[in-house]
Design a protein around this ligand. Structure first.
Ligand code: SF4
Length: 488
């Protein structure tokens, strides 16, 4: 069969989930291509490929773009449309929103997609395929979830080539990403993992990781075939159950490329930090979220002591690692003084970059339910029209509009202020203005620049031109567009 994966935007980072499914399908003898929607000749090239299947991987917010694009494409392409990704996992009822969505995959797609397509290809009945909600002759059939993939080493390595054939920029960028494990056992209220673990209860362990050897083999292939001078390990919590020492030994000997990973402070100790350092880790991303105990542990359910975070940052910095924190402000019930505690915590620990988000309570998370129950969502906001952006505005109700504007503006200067705390009085003056696009652009550009300071990778000239072009396009698009989901 011919399968076209469709991305309704130009991807700025490799779509790892799609790249993994591509190889599974190629191994089954299918013909697979990846298309990004606004590219030149997109529809013509897609028609020429003549796909039997249009496949989309979607998150909440992006689901509207995918659905609309699919409806447009199906006017001239006769194919079956299947959707997967987080939005489908947590809201499979999405299938009801368009008669042209033929299948929704819940949870892991690896063997779900290969089994479904095998049945379709062999003209077998496919209404009873685990993990799928399928529409046949106008009727929707709902199936159970299969067990999780236990042995991640048995999965093929991602197929980057099919992705790069469409997006040359991703091939050329020396920053590559991998997934080393799946799952997280924690229950943070704003994160999908709690619900994911519930959906999969009794269907396999919560956290699985690849063996260090398997990870290294994939990285050696990347190193051999593509520009590769920085690695981002995208796991929610890197090395949760992994043998850090073996990974460090193999990585430093066989890969030797600086890398960044996500860590949870309570899982770190001096030995692990030293292993990370020895392996070649130069920076870590660590979620602080809030330094206020009530917000962090009661609202966001982080179950973390402030001192544990403080000690972890100190130890990481003492070992020469750059620390990139993630913070959330604008939480339900949070006062400005509480948000300032988070700001001051970052300043006190001299973090290298304090990225900040405005809370967006995505459907499928515990905090979404709490916001609905306690009337914290703005009038008219629901699962289907939830804003996609957590860096633009907020859909949370505040004590007054003035207070909300203050939070939205504070967010735009948070990371800058942490690096330049002496300018806080100026930031406080700017916070009195109405939220506006200039502040948004300042925030976007400042944060992008800070990230380059964390990663410190030299880019070739073509990549730099690509980045400049992308930013110019972004600025024009941003100033011309009115986002109906925020006040901009
Ligand atoms: S620790 Fe991170 S990945 Fe795990 S549940 Fe919390 S926010 Fe999600």
């Amino acid at each position: 069969m011919r399968i076209a994966f469709i991305e309704p935007a130009i991807a700025h980072v490799e779509p790892l989930g799609i790249a993994s499914l591509v190889q599974m399908l190629l191994n089954d003898g299918h013909s697979v291509m990846y298309f990004e929607s606004p590219r030149k000749g997109f529809v013509e090239r897609l028609k020429k490929f003549n796909p039997d299947i249009l496949a989309y991987s979607t998150t909440t917010g992006k689901h509207r773009l995918c659905r609309d694009l699919n409806e447009e494409l199906r006017k001239s392409i006769k194919a079956i449309s299947i959707f997967g990704g987080p939005h489908c996992t947590f809201y499979p009822e999405f299938i009801e929103s368009s008669a042209l969505i033929d299948g929704i995959c819940i949870g892991e797609g690896d063997f779900a997609i290969t089994e479904l397509l095998k049945r379709i290809e062999n003209k077998e009945e496919y209404i009873k395929t685990d993990n799928w909600w399928v529409r046949v002759d106008g009727q929707i059939y709902k199936n159970q979830i299969r067990n999780k993939v236990e042995n991640l080493d048995a999965l093929p390595f991602l197929n980057r080539e099919v992705i790069y054939a469409e997006n040359e920029q991703l091939r050329r960028t020396p920053i590559k990403r991998i997934i080393a494990s799946r799952g997280c056992p924690y229950s943070c209220s704003y994160c999908f993992n709690k619900t994911y673990n519930f959906i999969y209860s009794g269907k396999g362990r919560v956290n699985y990781h690849r063996s260090p050897l398997n990870i290294i083999e994939e990285l050696k292939l990347i190193k051999k075939n593509y520009p590769f001078s920085f690695l981002k390990i995208v796991d929610d919590t890197f090395g949760l159950n992994m043998d850090y020492e073996e990974f460090a030994r193999l990585y430093s000997q066989e890969v030797g490329v600086p890398f960044l990973c996500n860590v949870r402070p309570n899982l770190l100790n001096q030995d692990k930090i030293k292993c990370l350092k020895k392996a070649g880790c130069v920076a870590v991303t660590m979620a602080v979220e809030s330094a206020n105990d009530y917000v962090r542990n009661k609202v966001l359910c982080r179950n973390l002591d402030l001192k544990v975070m403080s000690d972890a940052i100190t130890a990481l910095k003492e070992n020469g690692l750059r620390v990139y924190t993630q913070n959330i402000i604008g939480n339900p019930g949070e006062t400005f003084a509480m948000a300032m505690e988070t700001f001051n915590f970052n300043v006190k620990h001299c973090v290298d970059f304090a990225e900040c988000f405005l809370l967006t309570p995505f459907y499928g998370t515990e905090i979404y339910e709490n916001c609905v129950k306690n009337n914290f969502l703005e009038e008219g906001i629901n699962m289907d029209n939830m804003p996609q952006s957590y860096w633009l505005g907020s859909c949370i109700k505040f004590s007054s509009l003035k207070e909300k504007d203050k939070f939205i503006n504070f967010h735009k200067f948070f990371s800058f202020g942490v690096q330049h705390p002496r300018l806080l009085p100026l930031i406080k003056i700017l916070m009195k203005f109405s939220p506006n696009k200039l502040f948004v652009l300042f925030n976007r550009f400042y944060d992008s620049w800070r990230i380059t300071r964390i990663i410190r990778v030299k880019m070739d000239i073509i990549i730099l031109i690509g980045v400049v072009k992308m930013n110019v396009k972004y600025i024009f698009g941003f100033f011309l567009k009115t986002d109906s989901h925020s006040k901009f």
